[in-house]
Design a protein around this ligand. Structure first.
Ligand SMILES: [Zn+2]
Length: 119
């Protein structure tokens, strides 16, 4: 998965610019960074906490809710939490996904589900 470095829209692999905000992909330190899904969180408070926790470890993270990025309309995601209408995916830069997973395992415990649990 690729994310726009500016507005965090999900882009198709190999996209050269963002179809939402027109940011060019492929130059600059942030551009073209690969993001990986770290796991799933069932409520917004925990998702925000995870975001802040990762930030305190200097790991940037993107939280995607079923209704889009922090309220932007758009993405429909399959719920892994049954009928809960709250589901948040948390993604981090690919090279930090193992570290982020470990941090969230330690801080959130059962409040989240690692993407690795499915493998
Ligand atoms: Zn964008």
């Amino acid at each position: 998965m690729m994310l726009c470095p500016k507005c965090k829209s999900e882009l198709s692999e190999g996209a050269t610019s963002c179809f939402v905000c027109n940011t060019k992909i492929g130059d600059g330190a942030e551009a073209g960074r690969a993001w990986s899904l770290a796991g799933y969180i069932g409520d917004k408070i925990t998702a925000d906490f995870a975001n802040e926790t990762l930030l305190s470890f200097e790991i940037p993270s993107v939280v995607i809710s079923k209704s889009g990025f922090f309220g932007n309309a758009g993405l429909a995601l399959t719920s892994f939490f049954g009928d809960s209408d709250q589901l948040f995916e948390i993604s981090v830069p690919s090279h930090l996904v193992e570290e982020a997973t470990e941090i969230l395992n330690n801080t959130l415990g059962s409040g989240w589900r690692s993407a690795r649990d499915e493998e």
